[in-house]
Design a protein around this ligand. Structure first.
Ligand code: G3P
Ligand code: CA
Length: 390
C-alpha cells in the first residue's frame, strides 16, 4: 500500500510555514529567522495566525473541497470550502485518455461517478493493476474528456454521509483547468488569491502508459501564472520522483506525502529503491526531501501514533525533525465522524456520528504542525481559532 494510511474512506479504502518561512518558499516578507522569532510556544506558531505571503497559520486545507458535506472533487465542494473560509482547496489529479487532467482521487471512477449506471459505457468496465493492486471498474484513462464530461459526480461514502447524496448528479468531474479558472475568478472577486494544493495521483503508473502527469500540470501552472516560488499553490505527491520531476519544471512550492511508516512509495518499488517511509522520516531522509521540496504531508499517525486500541499515544519527533530541516508539515486527514477519529475522541457507538473533533484538532495543532487537511474545513477553522486564542 502506498497511499491512504489515514484510513481514507472509499470503495477500496480508499499549513504557514514555521521554520520553513518565506526563505525556503521564496515568498517574500519575513525571513525564516524572523518567522522563528514570532513563535510563541511549543506549537511553534506566532499569535498572529499568519505566515508569509498572507497564508494563515496553521493552515486549514479543504481535503477534496468540503468533502464532509458535498461529493468530493466537485466545483460545489470547492466552492463551499472557499465560502466556509478554508485557506487552501485541494485537488487530486488523474488524466483522461486524451491527456486532460481531471480532479479525482483515483483513476477508478466507479465509486465517485454514475458511470456504473450508464449503459453506453458498460463495455469499458475492466480489470487492471494499478500500483500493484488489482482493480475492477471504470478508469479515467479509458475515457476521452468529452466522454468523461457526460458523467455526474456522486458521493463516495453514501452510507456514512447520506446527506451528501442530496447532491449526487449535480456536478460533473471538473478539469484542473476549470478549477484554475474558478480560482482566478474567485480570487478577483475576493481581492486575494485562492490557494490550491494539487496532488499528482499514480504518476509512475500513468507515465508507464504514456500519460505523464507532470508536463501537462506544469504547462497549466505556467498558463495560469502559478509556476513561481511565490505562487499560491502547493504541489504534492506520494511519489518523491514526481515531486523531483516537478521541481525541474516549475518553482511552485512542493510537498512530499508520506503514508504509513512501513509502506514504500510506488516509484521506489518500481525503481528497486528499498527505502520505506520509516527511512524518509529520519533526519537523513528529511534532509533528502528538503533538497527538492519545501514540505511533507505525513499521515496524522506519523505525528501522533495511535495504539492498538486506536487511542493517541506519545507524539513522535517528526514535527521538530522536519522543521529542523526547513520543511513544513501538512498532515492528513481530520474528519468529524467517529469512525475516523482517534478512539479517545469518539462519542457514542454510531460510527457515522460526529465525535469530539475539536478535541482531536486541538491535539494535532498543539504539535506545531503548519497546516492540516480536513474534510470539515468549518470545524477546522473554529478549532484553529480556539488554538490561536489559547
Ligand atoms: O494529499 C493529502 C491527502 O489528501 C492524502 O491522502 O489519499 O486523500 O489523497 P489522499
Ligand atoms: Ca490528496
Amino acid at each position: 500500500m502506498t497511499q491512504g494510511a489515514d484510513r481514507t474512506p472509499g470503495r477500496r479504502a480508499v499549513l504557514g510555514a514555521a521554520v520553513l518561512g518565506s526563505a525556503a518558499l521564496g515568498i517574500g516578507g519575513a525571513t525564516a529567522a524572523h518567522a522563528e522569532e514570532r513563535h510563541s510556544g511549543p506549537s511553534g506558531h506566532g499569535s498572529s495566525g499568519h505566515g508569509p505571503h498572507g497564508l494563515a497559520v496553521p493552515t486549514v486545507i479543504a481535503h477534496r473541497g468540503a468533502s464532509g458535506y458535498r461529493p468530493e472533487h466537485t466545483l460545489g465542494s470547492y466552492q463551499l470550502a472557499l465560502d466556509m473560509g478554508a485557506h487552501i482547496i485541494e485537488q487530486d489529479l488523474v488524466p483522461t485518455k486524451d491527456g486532460h487532467l481531471v480532479c479525482r482521487h483515483e483513476n477508478d471512477i466507479t465509486g465517485t461517478t454514475d458511470v456504473s449506471a450508464r449503459p453506453e459505457f458498460a463495455s469499458r468496465r475492466t480489470t487492471k493493476s494499478v500500483d500493484g493492486t488489482s482493480l475492477t471498474g471504470w478508469f479515467t484513462e479509458d475515457f476521452t474528456l468529452a466522454e468523461l464530461k457526460t458523467l455526474r459526480a456522486t458521493e463516495r461514502i453514501p452510507a456514512s454521509r447520506q446527506e451528501n447524496t442530496l447532491y449526487d448528479g449535480r456536478w460533473t468531474v471538473p478539469t484542473f483547468e476549470e478549477v484554475l479558472r474558478w480560482a482566478e475568478q474567485e480570487g478577483r472577486r475576493r481581492g486575494r488569491p485562492v490557494w490550491l494544493h494539487v496532488e499528482t495521483k499514480h504518476p509512475t503508473y500513468f507515465r508507464g502508459i504514456g500519460l505523464g502527469l507532470e508536463e501537462p500540470l506544469a504547462k497549466l501552472l505556467r498558463r495560469y501564472g502559478r509556476h513561481r516560488a511565490n505562487s499560491p499553490v502547493f504541489l504534492q505527491s506520494f511519489e518523491p520522483s514526481s515531486i523531483e520531476r516537478l521541481a525541474k519544471l516549475v518553482s511552485s512550492p512542493r510537498v512530499v506525502l508520506l503514508s504509513g511508516a512501513a509502506t514504500r512509495p510506488w516509484d521506489f518499488v518500481q525503481a528497486g529503491d528499498p527505502r520505506t517511509v520509516a527511512d524518509l522520516v529520519t533526519p537523513e531522509g528529511l534532509a533528502w526531501i528538503a533538497s527538492y521540496a519545501q514540505g511533507i504531508g505525513p499521515t496524522l499517525d506519523l505525528v501522533v501514533p495511535r495504539d492498538a486500541s486506536g487511542k493517541l499515544g506519545a507524539p513522535t519527533t517528526l514535527v521538530r525533525d522536519a522543521h529542523a530541516k526547513g520543511l513544513l508539515l501538512h498532515p492528513y486527514t481530520m474528519r468529524n465522524e467517529n469512525s475516523f477519529l482517534p478512539a479517545d475522541f469518539r462519542r457514542g457507538t454510531d460510527p457515522n456520528a460526529y465525535g469530539d473533533a475539536f478535541g482531536a484538532f486541538k491535539v494535532y495543532f498543539e504539535q506545531g504542525i503548519d497546516g492540516i487537511f480536513t474534510d470539515n474545513p468549518d470545524t477546522g477553522l473554529l478549532a484553529r481559532e480556539d488554538f490561536l486564542a489559547r
